[in-house]
Design a protein around this ligand. Structure first.
Ligand code: NAD
Ligand code: WQD
Length: 356
């Protein structure tokens, strides 16, 4: 019997790519998403890219205990991947209650529903933002945590909740993955990052400048103590992140309790390096202008990604060129995101439903 994985937030950026990865590897996939930050069209794209349907997709808020419980009652769930959360750092400062409610409250509701239905395996989306003001040098899972905004605190709180719950319920198996900066898209160009409004993050902003949707990129500071003065981050291809989740599922049962791993490449890239690589692979200019530093930014955040390789024998395989190429492919084919109607993105009409 193939394993059934329940993916919360499965219509979102990382969730949709992970669904494809799971379908490609024979898993049955059940999605729970209330589409507060995603398009239901992503679910159709998942089925189209994978060439087979999701088992089911439920328009459910993870905080809705009764509705979530009904989903677990309807499927034989072997493991859960919990992506559903709010993720915008700036917004979390102005909407802290909403962030704690969804991110921490939603995780608590999920845990109690999992317990009720005797589901004991969970992969949790954590974030490099828990490290906050970075130490110099690559960050290991043992580097101090010091979140600097409500969003990052929700992620650290969730990790603490999960550790406490694991300490009490010996049968639970939890992997918390701290992603660094996921970017890129599925190489088909059918799935990608579709931010609402003005993108907060660098890669989607650069892609929208290259496609002509925005005039120029503001580079937030060129006076950092980095080789070219611009901020350095550890960008990781979203398909590597997706693959990391599929591999995590295979290793969930190896340890009791909770384990935490970084998901990064271990390679730092500056803003200007990313801009120049994007311009090269797209063949389009990316006009940019240096402005002041963005509040709360740090000079460099790079993972020591060796622990996950030592534990699972797995590592990332896609480089910055692939990240830019695939982000550009998605941007070109979907200039207005999932609401676009470009010929390839619309694709041939198969008439298939994303769900069986
Ligand atoms: P996303 O916003 O694209 O996806 C999140 C999905 O969760 C969306 O489809 C949204 O509609 C859904 N959702 C939100 N609240 C919900 C609720 N109450 N009930 C049901 N569904 C809900 O974000 P993403 O970039 O795919 O991020 C996925 C996870 O990874 C998040 O937990 C995020 O905090 C974490 N993360 C993201 C990044 C990043 O840079 N993208 C980095 C580190 C960690
Ligand atoms: C990257 C670099 C900016 C936009 C965020 C979250 C973090 C995690 C990953 C969820 C920085 C510079 C950006 C622009 C720019 N997400 N930049 N002009 O801030 O490293 O991390 O995503 O967990 O929590 O904070 O990513 O893409 O916003 O910025 O110059 O228009 O690009 O200053 O150096 P960040 P980012």
């Amino acid at each position: 019997m193939p394993e059934t994985v329940l993916v919360t937030g499965g219509a979102g950026f990382i969730g949709s790519h992970t669904c494809v990865e799971l379908l490609d590897h024979g898993y049955e996939v059940v999605v729970v998403d209330n589409h507060v930050n995603s398009s239901p069209q992503a679910l159709e794209r998942i089925a189209k890219v994978a060439g087979r349907p999701l088992t089911a997709a439920h328009d459910v808020d993870v905080r809705d205990r009764a509705a979530l419980s009904a989903v677990f009652a309807a499927h034989r769930v072997d493991a859960v991947i919990h992506f559903a959360a709010h993720k915008a750092v700036g917004e979390s400062v102005s909407l802290p209650v909403e962030y704690y409610d969804t991110n921490v409250g939603g995780t608590c509701t999920l845990l109690s529903v999992m317990r009720r239905h005797r589901v004991r395996r969970l992969v949790f989306s954590s974030s490099c933002s828990v490290y906050g003001e970075a130490e110099s040098g690559p960050l290991t899972e043992h580097s101090p945590v010091a979140p600097t905004n409500p969003y990052a605190r929700t992620k650290l709180m969730c990790e603490q909740v999960l550790a406490d719950v694991c300490a009490h319920f010996a049968e639970l198996r939890v992997l918390a993955l701290r992603y660094f900066n996921p970017v890129g898209a599925h190489p088909s160009g059918l799935l990608g990052e579709d931010p609402r409004g003005v993108p907060d993050n660098l890669m989607p902003y650069v892609a929208q400048v290259a496609v002509g949707r925005r005039e120029e990129l503001s580079v937030f500071g060129a006076d950092y103590p980095t080789p070219d003065g611009t901020g350095v981050r550890d960008y990781i291809h979203v398909m590597d992140v997706a693959e990391g989740h599929r591999v995590a599922l295979q290793h969930l049962d190896e340890h009791s309790g909770m384990q935490v791993f970084n998901l990064g490449t271990g390679t730092g890239t500056s803003v200007l390096q990313l801009v120049n690589t994007f311009a090269r692979v797209s063949g389009r200019p990316v006009p940019h202008r240096t402005v002041g530093r963005r509040a709360g930014d740090v000079a460099a955040l790079v993972a020591d990604a060796s622990a996950v390789t030592a534990a699972w024998g797995w590592t990332t395989t896609r480089d910055l060129t692939a990240m830019c190429r695939d982000a550009w492919q998605f941007q070109q084919l979907n200039p207005d995101g999932y609401s676009s109607r470009s010929s390839l993105a619309a694709g041939p009409t198969t008439g298939e439903s994303p769900c069986s």
